[in-house]
Design a protein around this ligand. Sequence first.
Ligand SMILES: Nc1nc2c(ncn2[C@@H]2O[C@H](COP(=O)(O)OP(=O)(O)OP(=O)(O)O)[C@@H](O)[C@H]2O)c(=O)[nH]1
Ligand SMILES: [Mg+2]
Length: 211
Amino acid sequence: MSEADTATYKIIIIGDGSVGKTSLVMRIVDNQFSYSMPMTIGVDNYSRVLQINSTTKINLSIWDTAGQERFSVVAPSYFRGSKAAIIVYDITREESFKKAEYWAKQIIEYGATDIKVMLIGNKLDLDDRRKVLKKIAFDYARCNNMMFFETSCLNATNVETAFVSLAKELHHADEKSEYTVNCPEEMKEKGKNITLDHKTDKVVKKKKRFC
Ligand SMILES: Nc1nc2c(ncn2[C@@H]2O[C@H](COP(=O)(O)OP(=O)(O)OP(=O)(O)O)[C@@H](O)[C@H]2O)c(=O)[nH]1
Ligand SMILES: [Mg+2]
């Protein structure tokens, strides 16, 4: 396959400030990590070609956005043409996970109807300081039809796996294959009524019949 045949997909990376969005991009694009990453202002664009199987390469055009609230007013325009969105939170900061709901609403409002969404809990190397339970995040992602990974940019855990999985998902969607995110129908039904309890960090069902 020639370079000209390589499909390009735009993906947008969103999430609270300092969760590690730029670090994820640095790891996947340059295989580097820095403790002193400058804060993103506005948006930066990168790309990485990934080999997803023996015959297929995918070019990801990765848009790394600023997490600081003062930049969020311009963010909606970045969704234009995005085939996927990655919502990042920091597993040691509960607030950053609660903000995932805000970002999910942004995707619904500004993203395409068929946009793929991945939730990433970053800084897995700081597991001893964990504040967000993996199961809570996993259930939230599954019930909202999001792919889910926990990563560490520091030691590179799961970063390549997450991006390759997303690239495969985009490729399969393009091919109109049967491949879907594995979410049982009854969980999808519950997902419509699920929210994050911002006080207890527990999954709360709004309607009792789903408890
Ligand atoms: N221990 C640890 N630190 C990380 C990890 N990922 C990022 N960091 C650190 O977290 C800080 C913020 O990382 P950034 O990548 O700049 O975060 P960001 O989400 O891009 O932040 P904004 O651009 O302000 O929205 C930096 O000091 C990084 O070195 C990780 O996996 N483990
Ligand atoms: Mg950044």
